[in-house]
Design a protein around this ligand. Structure first.
Ligand SMILES: Cc1ncc(COP(=O)(O)O)c(C=O)c1O
Length: 448
């Protein structure tokens, strides 16, 4: 018998597995790791037999819920029919063609073409490279800088990390590289300002314009922005801010990239937040909810004008072995069909989103809460330390609160000094009630 066979699963994990976005040493020293063994609907089960309500839909992705037969069957059927074939070298497969058409039919009609990848990071990386390719083909190679915002999260590949505006993600790697610039994100709560949120949003726009002029507008290839900054703190933008940001990009001929990796597929009460908020992006990045997390898939949608330029450029020298993989594309088609059958977006917009929002915003007056922010099924609570506002992101009230809430049977995400709550879109009223009973119990303990 091998040594491994005599070890527990947790010991093997310690010996052989480095977890992403985890303090691995601390997790093992304090034995605070979780091994999830099953899931159904909005609940997950761990190896200790606990049932937990997943208030983060995995990682903001399991939009239609766990264990949906329709998606599982579609994956199995596709595996049996054609388990893999690439989209390189004049080939492709039926699910990738049909999914590209489906993404177009769901909204933002100016974005006619899709380039597939395997994750949100790769969707953004693909956007970066395709935009560089585009400006080269247009005879404007000097447009090679990328503008993003503080508190942005765009992923972990090299370019996507450089776009990210969180020191915790960039500093360990000595990034961002030159050519990636950050304008202030509209995070009013942590800004040291006397301005109200709308005026602060206007200040951010004015600062962004100053940065564009300082760099030289003709040197900036694109502006990347999440409609709601997710991992940076569920920063719901103040009224007027996003439209002004989009217009600023247009004014200077800068391409506007909408990173909808979290907001795509219903979480904010629209299939695409960029369409509902009239942002008219030149490029849109999708992942997560596209398959409800059942299989990895990223998608970069580009405008007809950009697609025509890339077509005219001849050989498009980018793509992954698994770009347009038929099985995740089949999963996405089944996931979207399920959302259409259940009218999920209308359910979020008209029913469960407002219900969730009301419950979350009611916690704004809790003694442990400094601010509550929400847009349908995407919410956050800023936390207070014994009544005191904390803005140092490393103070860690979020993870502390998340651990307390988990003891009451609910998973939320602890981030800096806030908790993010974003359950599956199929969550019922009774499950929302259960979720907030646990959140409130954890917050009571935090308040002491
Ligand atoms: C807005 C946004 N963009 C990109 C990413 C990166 O996606 P992935 O983790 O699939 O690479 C994320 C992940 O959370 C995200 O929230």
């Amino acid at each position: 018998m091998s040594a491994t066979a005599e070890m527990t699963l947790r010991e093997i994990d310690r010996a052989h597995h480095l977890h992403p976005f985890t303090n691995n040493a601390d997790m093992h020293a304090r034995d605070i790791g979780h091994v999830i063994t099953g899931a159904e609907g909005v609940y997950v089960y761990d190896d200790k037999g606990r049932k937990l309500l997943d208030g983060l839909a995995g990682l903001w992705c399991v939009n239609t819920g766990y264990g949906r037969r329709e998606i599982i069957d579609a994956i199995q059927a596709q595996l049996e029919k054609l388990c893999y074939y690439p989209s390189f070298f004049n080939s492709t497969t039926e699910p990738s063609i049909l999914l590209a058409e489906k993404l177009h039919s769901l909204g933002l009609p100016r974005l006619t073409h899709t380039i597939f990848s395997n994750s949100g990071s790769e969707a953004n990386e693909t956007a970066i490279k395709s935009i560089l390719n585009y400006w080269n083909l247009k005879g404007m190679p000097a447009r090679n800088k990328f503008l993003a915002r503080t508190y942005a999260y765009h992923g972990v590949t090299l370019g996507a990390t450089c776009l990210t505006g969180l020191a915790s993600c960039t500093k360990p790697f000595g990034l961002p590289n030159g050519g990636f610039i950050h304008a202030p994100g509209p995070y009013h709560y942590v800004a040291n300002t006397d301005l109200d949120p709308v005026a602060y949003g206007q200040w951010c726009i004015a600062e962004t314009e100053k940065i564009i002029l300082r760099e030289g507008p003709e040197t900036i290839a694109a502006l990347f922005a999440e409609p709601i900054q997710g991992a940076g703190g569920v920063i719901v933008p103040p009224a007027g801010y996003l439209k002004a940001l989009r217009e600023l990009a247009r004014k200077y001929g800068i391409l506007y990239v909408s990173d909808e990796v979290i907001t795509g597929f219903g979480r904010t009460g629209a299939v695409y937040a960029s369409e509902a908020w009239d942002l008219d992006p030149d490029v849109q990045c999708l992942a997560k909810g596209i398959t409800s997390g059942y299989l990895p898939l990223g998608a970069t949608r580009i405008s007809a004008e950009m697609a025509e330029t890339l077509f005219a450029g001849g050989y498009y020298a980018h793509g992954h072995t698994y770009s347009g993989h038929p099985v995740p594309c089949a999963a996405a088609l089944a996931n979207i069909a399920l959302m259409e059958k259940e009218d999920t977006v209308a359910y979020v917009h008209d029913d469960i989103g407002p219900y969730f929002e009301k419950k979350l915003l009611a916690l704004a007056s809790h003694p442990a809460v400094g601010e509550a922010r929400c847009c349908n099924l995407m919410g956050a609570l800023e936390l207070l330390d014994k009544g005191r506002k904390v803005t140092d992101p490393y103070f860690g009230l979020g993870p502390k609160a998340a651990a307390l809430i988990r003891n009451h049977g609910v998973i939320v995400r602890g981030l800096a000094n806030l908790i993010a709550i974003s359950p599956a879109l199929c969550i019922t009223h009774a499950e929302v009630d259960e979720l907030f009973v646990a959140v409130e119990a954890g917050l009571d303990e935090l308040a002491g």
